[in-house]
Design a binder for this molecule. Structure first.
Ligand code: SF4
Length: 321
């Protein structure tokens, strides 16, 4: 939740639920894909998990310990375990610093490595991501986007984390380079037993890399299932179906009839009443503007928040009363 200001003197503070009721498990060594349009809360979720944004309520449990309410020292130790790679590699590095300074920064903060040992570790990290160790004394502006994203991944690996939050790690890159980065991430995951939270609006990439998929809309989860099921006909939420219908496919039989969604994700400061997808939903019913669906396994056998999938027992008239 965030406070947003309204009025010239900012006297009227309004609470904005950027994320609301999120209940999510990430299993060891899996890749959990988080999908949705811009503004659906994906990046906020990633930044909250890594501690860049403090939630106003709730818990983030890591190995059974709450990251939100942990002491300062405990938070510092969690910082070693969870790292993040950001979308834009060009803004991920301070242009005044050499690559060794950028890559070794987390090592200096969290370890006693210094001098030759620090340089050796930085060189080793670069080599793990396919970059030559000789670049240590060069600057970020001397590299392409794909090379910089490799260096960003090297920096994320520096402290041997367990979880890496990957926030649209390939969307600023050329298509040919995207494939190389995805392959690198998969190799590193196998080698270091990493767990990934993979945030992306590109469903083709998510299908390729994810074990499970969580679909978000306006700060809430609307559907969760295995990647295989979501992409092979078991997507039940109308929003998931609309996202999937926009996926290009070279195989004619796999092409879906495109569902065009009108408008864009609403402002989180003024969410629609009832199901917050109802103004754009192609199958919305009268009940949808009154009541809010909850994530429920009963209709589809996996969590979906929709009254078509999990019919509500009360009638619209009863809900209005
Ligand atoms: Fe559409 Fe209603 Fe389902 Fe929301 S609850 S997704 S508006 S059918």
């Amino acid at each position: 939740m965030f406070a947003s200001s309204a009025g010239m003197l900012n006297r009227h503070q309004k609470q904005v639920h950027a994320l609301d009721g999120i209940d999510l498990d990430i299993y060891e060594q899996e890749t959990l894909g988080i999908v949705g349009e811009s503004g659906c809360g994906k990046t906020t979720l990633g930044r909250t998990i890594i501690g860049l944004i403090a939630p106003t309520s709730g818990q983030i449990l890591f190995d059974g310990q709450d990251l939100v309410n942990a002491s300062k020292d405990a938070k510092k130790s969690f910082n070693r375990e969870i790292q993040m790679v950001f979308q834009n590699p060009y803004t991920s590095f301070d242009p005044r610093f050499t690559i060794i300074k950028c890559v070794s920064e987390p090592l200096k903060i969290h370890t006693n490595l210094r001098g030759a040992a620090l340089t050796k570790r930085a060189r080793e990290l670069l080599e793990q991501v396919g970059m030559p160790g000789e670049i240590l004394h060069r600057y970020a502006h001397e590299f392409s986007g794909g090379q910089l994203q490799r260096i960003a991944i090297a920096r994320a690996l520096a402290l041997n984390p367990k979880i890496i939050v990957l926030d649209e790690p390939t969307s600023a890159l050329d298509v040919s380079v995207q494939a190389q980065i995805i392959n690198l991430l998969q190799d590193l995951q196998r080698q270091f037993k990493l767990t990934y939270l993979f945030i992306s609006h590109d469903l083709s990439v998510v299908q390729h890399i994810s074990n499970r998929v969580t679909v978000m809309y306006l700060g809430k989860i609307v559907e969760q299932n295995t990647s295989e099921a979501i992409f092979e006909g078991q997507a039940h939420h109308p929003y998931t179906q609309a996202l999937l219908s926009a996926m290009p496919s070279v195989v004619k039989e796999l092409r879906r009839k495109q569902i065009i969604l009108e408008g864009s994700v609403p402002d989180a400061a003024n969410p629609p009443k009832g199901c917050n997808f109802h103004p754009r939903c192609p199958v919305a019913m009268p009940i949808c503007s009154i009541a809010e669906p909850v994530l429920d396994n009963s209709g589809a056998g996996h969590p979906v928040a929709c009254f078509v999938v999990n019919p509500i027992e009360k009638s619209t008239d009863e809900m209005i009363q």
